[in-house]
Each structure stands twice: as structure tokens, then as C-alpha cells.
Design a protein around this ligand. Structure first.
Ligand SMILES: C[S@@+](CC[C@H](N)C(=O)[O-])C[C@H]1O[C@@H](n2cnc3c(N)ncnc32)[C@H](O)[C@@H]1O
Length: 254
């Protein structure tokens, strides 16, 4: 989809925190086979490899630029270019991990059933996804994309609201797993600099919109969106912008 690893990593500390929280919540494990689906620039994948030095760790991503940045740093991780939706392990996995990636994939009922089915005995599925699709950042984006000026060019560009409710994941995973823990955390990101919410979404949510527009149109769209974001997320007196962000966590063990 044309990810830009540098733009994505602008807010690396804030983006990394939920991934670290997911890693910290893992039960005691001695995994031999680990996969990180939608591994991006790979900082969490490398951490998994460090935490479990005896495991074979695979990072899967379908974006060449993200994977190239991941592979740039030395590690024992095997990086694979591929679609996480099509990923099929040769042998059952001890840890299937994914941070901030599976919300881009459709049909979660089937996807999560398939992932849980790919776990070895005692294997763990550990997933974190944003569940903030009704936040002003997303609502304003949908509203703008639906305006007459943009409607035709952007029709369907934002149709990736794939994340289900927490109880729906519990029902999908329970038949495969002896424990299913699901919770949500709302982070209050305190972002520095001008238009930081726009800068944040430029690295992720805005990508499918930018893909559809030529340079001039993209600049006009960004300006209009930035203006509405400034009203929704006004800067504090010290210049910080507060950006609440709700995320869903799942840890299920077979
Ligand atoms: C928001 S980034 C998260 C990256 C990393 N997991 C992290 O926590 O920093 C989402 C990643 O998912 C990848 N992605 C999206 N759809 C994918 C798919 N169908 N198959 C594989 N990777 C995908 C993107 O290329 C991107 O690198």
C-alpha cells in the first residue's frame, strides 16, 4: 500500500508502547516457532527473537519498504514478504503474534479461527489492534471523504473497518483455546509538534486515501483534514496535543 517506514516511525515510542504491553502480557513460554504477522519495521519481532533466543522467528509483511527497513538491522529473524491473510505455517506455531496489523485484513471470523487452528499444543495467539474507528480522527476522515468533491475518487478507500467487538473474538477463539483473555486500553498519546494527529495518520490510516489522489488533490485533502483535526484535537498551552487511542488486546492459549 506504499508504507513509509520513516513516517511510521515518527511516533515510534507511542506506537511501540502497546506492542510492549502485549509482549509483557504473554504467559510463560518456551516457544520453538514464532511468527509476527504484519511485522512492519520489525522492532517488536527483533525483541521477540531476543526474548526467546532458542526460537525460530519469522516476520511476515506485504510491504517491501517496511520489510527492507526491518531487514536492515542485524537479527536472527527470517523476514518473509507475503500476505498475512494467505500465510500458512508448515508446522503448528508456538506463538502467533501481531501488533497493529490485522485490522487491515478482512473477514476476521475466518481469519482468527484459522490462526487459532495453526497453534501448537499450549501455543499462544497474541494480537493487538486499534479499535478507535469512531474516534474524531476517523470520523472526520470519513466525513471529508464523503463530501461531493472527494466522494467519487475515494469511494471504498476507507472500507477497512474489519475489527469485531471483543465478545465476537471470544466466541471465535473459545472452541480452539483453553484460555481467552481480551481487554481494551485507551492510551492518551501526548504528541509534540504542529499537526501531530495528521502526521500520525499520514503513517497509517491516511495511506489508502493518498493512494487514490494525485499530488495536488492529496495536498488539498490533507489541508482540509488538518484544519478539522486542529479543532477536534486543540493543542494544550505547552503545545502538546492529546490523542486518545483505544486498542484491543487478545491473548488466547491452546
Ligand atoms: C501499523 S504497521 C504495524 C507494524 C508492526 N507490527 C508494529 O507494531 O510496528 C502495519 C503493518 O501491517 C502490514 N500489513 C498490512 N496488511 C498486510 C497484509 N495483508 N499482509 C501482511 N502485512 C500487512 C503493513 O505493511 C505494515 O507494515
Amino acid at each position: 500500500m506504499g508504507w513509509n517506514p520513516d513516517q511510521y516511525e515518527l511516533f515510534r515510542a507511542a506506537r511501540e508502547r502497546p506492542g510492549q504491553d502485549l509482549i509483557r502480557a504473554l504467559p510463560p513460554l518456551a516457544p520453538e516457532r514464532i511468527v509476527d504477522l504484519g511485522c512492519g519495521t520489525g522492532y517488536l519481532t527483533r525483541q521477540l527473537a531476543d526474548n526467546y533466543p532458542h526460537a525460530r522467528v519469522i516476520g511476515v509483511d506485504n510491504d517491501r519498504a517496511m520489510l527492507a527497513k526491518a531487514a536492515h538491522e542485524p537479527s536472527g529473524v527470517v523476514w518473509e514478504l507475503g500476505d498475512a491473510a494467505q500465510w500458512r505455517p508448515e508446522r503448528p506455531m508456538d506463538l502467533i503474534f501481531s501488533n497493529a496489523a490485522l485490522h487491515w485484513l478482512p473477514r476476521h471470523g475466518a481469519l482468527f479461527g484459522h490462526l487459532a487452528g495453526a497453534l501448537a499444543a499450549d501455543g499462544v495467539l497474541a494480537i493487538q489492534m486499534p479499535r478507535n474507528f469512531d474516534a474524531p480522527s476517523h470520523r472526520l476522515l470519513r466525513d471529508l471523504a464523503g463530501e461531493p468533491e472527494w466522494e467519487e475518487a475515494l469511494h471504498g478507500a476507507l472500507d477497512h473497518e474489519n475489527v469485531l467487538t471483543p465478545d465476537a473474538y471470544w466466541r471465535v477463539l473459545r472452541p480452539y483455546c483453553r484460555t481467552v483473555e481480551i481487554w481494551e486500553t485507551e492510551y492518551l498519546h501526548a504528541l509534540p509538534g504542529p499537526d501531530p494527529v495528521l502526521e500520525w495518520v499520514k503513517g497509517t490510516t491516511l495511506l489508502p486515501v493518498m493512494l487514490r489522489l494525485d499530488e495536488d488533490a492529496a495536498a488539498r485533502f490533507r489541508d482540509a483534514y488538518a484544519q478539522s483535526l486542529r479543532h477536534a484535537y486543540p493543542a494544550e498551552t505547552d503545545g502538546t496535543t492529546l490523542f486518545p487511542f483505544r486498542r484491543l488486546f487478545i491473548i488466547a492459549q491452546k
